[in-house]
Design a protein around this ligand. Structure first.
Ligand code: ATP
Length: 320
């Protein structure tokens, strides 16, 4: 039975205009270039996980077989964006049995303005994402393979009651739950105790703990606060510095491989998708974090979100 990763979360279409300046309220700014990209933290993480799922060469062939299966649980609208997203997931080999088409709400859309300094301004219409229901989650988890190598990966772009329900149900089924608490928002403390691992970035760690994370010492303090809330394992991502792993038995900084970054969009999503795959494969947490750092370091050398996610052979080709 292959290890199994179930990603539960959002799917959006990002519409980006890059121009000289962002408009002030009431102002229209002419000029700039337009790009449309598939996005949403859930979808980005599902694509990363699918591309990084272990593959083994088939005897006598150049083809490879996927040994980790990735399922995505999400809600899209009955519109062109929803249909494009579903086709994209299928092309990536993601199981879409639990990607539901909502009859009433449109697909999620993010309108992003970026000025010449890289400053941005984002408005998100969650649309169908806001209707991801406990019933959908319940059906998906009932169909999932319940083993302790099964990993359920969630973020907070979906309704919080649905996310909390998914965490409780997955934990009760003996699965390992990884929560990327982005964007950060308050959670029921009892839910935190059901997590295997939480993966905030520095900003999210501060919002969750009140501790400003600037270095290893403050990362350790924030991680301890999360342990006190009942989370056994904490990874705080630190951008170009790598990631800080803290378990109940010890803590260490895992350095990011040095690269020339061109676009860090969705680096965190790549990191989380990779981490989920490595944990589902049975890798130790230090090895899983090192694997995730390698994968995310490749993603930042490329433009875009889902298109920047590396494939497994690219990560395996990097030195240990
Ligand atoms: P984003 O919001 O851009 O998706 P994030 O804020 O959630 O990212 P970060 O902590 O910035 O997450 O980055 C996640 C991981 O990506 C880091 O732990 C690191 O492994 C990798 N990473 C990010 N930036 C760089 C970089 N410049 N060079 C190498 N690795 C990087």
């Amino acid at each position: 039975m292959p290890p199994f990763v179930c990603v539960i979360g959002s799917s959006n279409t990002d519409m980006v205009i890059k121009g000289q300046k962002l408009p002030a309220p009431g102002e229209t700014v002419i000029g700039g270039t337009f790009l449309m990209n598939p996005g949403g933290k859930g979808a980005n993480q599902a694509v990363a996980a699918a591309r990084l799922a272990a593959t083994a060469p088939m005897l006598g062939s150049n083809e490879s077989v996927t040994t980790t299966s990735v399922t995505f649980v999400s809600n899209v609208g009955n519109d062109v964006f929803g249909r494009q997203a579903r086709q994209q997931f299928e092309r990536e080999g993601i199981r879409t049995d639990f990607v539901t088409t909502d009859a009433d709400e449109p697909s999620g859309v993010a309108l992003i303005g970026v000025d010449s300094q890289g400053e941005n301004c984002i408005m998100v219409a969650s649309g169908a994402n806001a209707r991801l229901s406990q019933v959908q989650v319940s059906m998906a988890l009932a169909a999932a393979v319940s083993t302790e190598t099964t990993v359920v990966l969630l973020q907070l772009e979906s309704p919080v009651p649905t996310v909390e329900y998914a965490i409780r149900q997955s934990h009760a089924r003996g699965m390992r739950v990884v929560l990327n608490p982005a964007p950060a928002q308050p959670l029921d403390p009892a839910v935190l105790a059901c997590l295997h691992l939480i993966t905030p970035n520095e900003t999210e760690a501060e919002l969750l703990t009140g501790i400003r994370v600037t270095d290893e010492a403050t990362a350790l303090k924030a991680a301890h606060k999360l342990h006190e809330s009942g989370v056994p394992n904490v990874v705080i991502t630190l951008g170009a510095r790598g990631a800080f792993l803290s378990t109940r038995t010890g803590a260490s900084l895992v350095a990011a491989p040095p690269v020339t970054a061109v676009d860090t969009t969705a680096a965190g999503d790549c990191f989380n998708g990779a981490l989920a795959v490595a944990i589902a494969e049975g890798q130790s947490l230090p090895d899983a974090v090192a694997f995730a750092c390698k994968a995310a370091s490749i993603s930042v050398t490329r433009m875009g979100a889902q298109v920047s996610m590396p494939h497994r052979h690219e990560v395996d080709a990097l030195p240990l």
